[in-house]
Design a protein around this ligand. Structure first.
Ligand code: HEM
Length: 539
């Protein structure tokens, strides 16, 4: 039998779990008793009924009956891989996190995902993609839980259940699966117009990536970082793929959905298996940490806004290469638990009301999804740094904790010099920033009311071919709506973004184009779409 192993939190006993693979010489029960036959149940005679006393039958069937856990409430479909991140040291001047130091090598686990589809849905649907990275740093786990789109649908996390309810299949029909072609989605985004920016990214080619290997990733929120001298800056995280950003055409995406629903999952697995390791450079946009948390007139706490790279270039700080596929999909890709609150010394969240709600939501959902409070003991979630917590007991507790005094200070377990408030080298501190003064209110700043100018900026930055793709996507998806009023309300939103866009989509839908109800902030004319590409709408 294997020797007992000591851990920071206590003693683990028994054989390592990985030894229990089907390749071993003997099949055993889960309690290690060898079995001779696993094909025939114990019966009262060859043709008789099966006996309740057949404990092997009961164990085998019972365990099978409980193999499934709930899928994630969002991002249920995904694919993961192991990698390594190497810091360039270029972030030292602004951030003291150890994993960013020059030459520091940090193991990572990444999970890419779609947002709305269920676990068995197709990979190439039009949707946002998740890009979640766990860095197993020497200072504890840092999770960068981002998407392939730099803005989000809502400005306040309290609306998250609403936007997801609107995007998931209709409650009565449970269709459509994982695409934005339905009434509730367009009802929501045309009523909550802050969603228009994210929606246009979805309708663009970014909504149908060619490969996970060819996607950008964004931390979306602004984060606060601190350097060794205690000076803080505000940053946005960006992943830039070494293979460049590429998309499918809509026709390709549709066909592949039918022919190979596992297209992105297969692509990632095959690339890694063949040694074509995908790589991303991590970069930062850096802004001064001013009390307003505004940069060039852009509210850095509003997650529906980007800061154009012309105003704040992305500065490379490290490289991640994915080098190994998971050994077991369930153990790793399914059981991995990301959390925006997994922060390391030198990195902190801001008061963005979206990230504030996320700080609560991830652990909360994982308590149900992973069956209790001990999921950070699962192999894929375990930090590579020492763990010495006072968390005890609970479902699926794997550590055998030593000692009798899980409280501090104590005089029974060897002294424990810890004192509240004392300086501890390398410890995490929430950065001591001033909190805005005010009265408790359910409200948001006026800067959050501009829902259209950056959508217009995005639209005007597109090439003509890209604009045609966007028009077709809106016309296709809105064309699936049953409710005329919803289509008209969304056309009104498009008119407030760009009159040419609105007209072309309206033509595709066979509806009149409304006029803008707000002044268009940028008077630059849209390119005349009819000058290039195929005529729209198609004959
Ligand atoms: C899952 C990103 C907003 C709640 C995820 C995942 C990603 C992600 C990448 C999948 C993680 C994985 O692969 O396991 C984002 C981004 C957001 C955002 C970039 C906005 C900037 C929110 C908000 C909430 C939320 C506002 C709730 C208030 C959840 C939940 C899960 C999840 C409950 C499932 C987690 C699990 O079961 O382990 N999100 N999300 N997200 N997100 Fe978000």
């Amino acid at each position: 039998s294997a020797p007992a192993t000591r851990t920071a939190t206590g003693v683990e006993t028994g054989a390592p779990l990985t030894a229990r693979a089907q390749q071993e010489k003997y099949l055993t029960t889960s309690t290690g008793v060898r079995l001779r036959d696993t094909d025939h149940s114990l019966k009262a005679g060859e043709r008789g009924p099966t006996l309740l006393q057949d404990h092997h039958l009961r164990e085998k069937i019972t365990h099978f009956d409980h193999e499934r856990i709930p899928e994630r409430v969002v991002h249920a479909r995904g694919a993961g891989a192991h990698g390594v991140f190497v810091g360039y040291g270029t972030a030292d001047a602004i951030c003291r996190a150890a994993f960013l130091r020059e030459g520091a090598e940090t193991p990572t686990f990444v999970r890419f995902s779609t947002v709305l589809g269920s676990r068995g849905s197709a990979d190439t649907v039009r949707d946002t993609r998740g890009f979640a990275t766990k860095f197993y740093t020497p200072e504890g786990n840092f999770d960068l839980v981002g998407n392939n789109i730099p803005v989000f649908f809502i400005q306040d996390g309290i609306k998250f259940p609403d936007v997801i309810h609107a995007g998931k299949p209709h409650p009565d029909r449970e269709i459509p699966q994982a695409q934005s072609a339905h009434d509730t989605f367009w009802d929501f985004v045309s009523l909550h117009t802050e969603a228009q920016h994210h929606t246009m990214w979805n309708m663009s080619d970014r909504g149908i990536p060619r490969s996970y290997r060819m996607m950008e990733g964004f931390g979306v929120h602004t984060f606060r970082v601190e350097n060794a001298a205690g000076e803080t800056s505000l940053v946005k995280f960006h992943w830039k793929p070494q293979l460049g950003v590429h998309s499918l055409t809509w026709e390709e995406a549709q066909m592949i959905s039918g022919m190979d629903p596992d297209f992105h999952r297969r692509d990632l697995y095959d690339a890694i298996e063949s040694g074509a390791y995908p790589a991303w450079e991590l970069g930062l946009q850096v802004f001064p940490d001013n009390p307003e948390q505004v940069f060039e007139g852009i509210d850095l706490l509003d997650p529906t806004k980007i800061v154009p790279e012309e105003l704040a270039p992305v500065q490379p700080v490290g490289l991640m290469v994915l080098t190994a596929n998971p050994t077991n999909f369930f153990a790793e890709t399914e059981q991995v638990a990301f959390h925006v609150g997994h922060l390391v010394p030198g990195i902190d969240a801001t008061d963005d009301p979206l990230v504030q709600a996320r700080l609560f939501s991830y652990v909360d959902t994982q308590l149900t999804r992973l069956g209790g409070p001990n999921f950070n003991q699962l192999p894929v979630n375990r930090p590579h740094s020492e763990v010495n917590d006072m968390l005890r007991d609970g479902f699926h507790q794997h550590a055998v904790h030593a000692g009798v005094a899980p409280y501090r200070p104590n005089s029974l377990d060897g002294g424990c010099p810890f004192q509240a408030g004392a300086e501890v080298d390398g410890s995490f501190e929430h950065l001591a920033v001033r909190v805005a003064e005010g009265t408790k209110v359910r409200a948001q700043p006026a800067s959050y009311d501009d829902h259209f100018s950056q959508v217009r900026l995005f639209w005007l930055s597109m090439s003509r071919v890209e604009q045609e793709h966007i028009i077709r996507a809106y016309a296709f998806e809105l064309g699936k709506c049953y409710d005329q009023a919803i289509k008209e309300r969304q056309l009104q939103c498009l008119a407030n973004i760009d009159p040419v866009l609105c007209e072309e989509v309206a033509t595709g839908l066979g509806l009149p184009a409304p006029s803008p109800t707000i002044p268009l902030l940028d008077p630059a004319p849209s390119p005349a779409l009819s000058q290039v590409g195929e005529a729209w709408p198609p004959d």
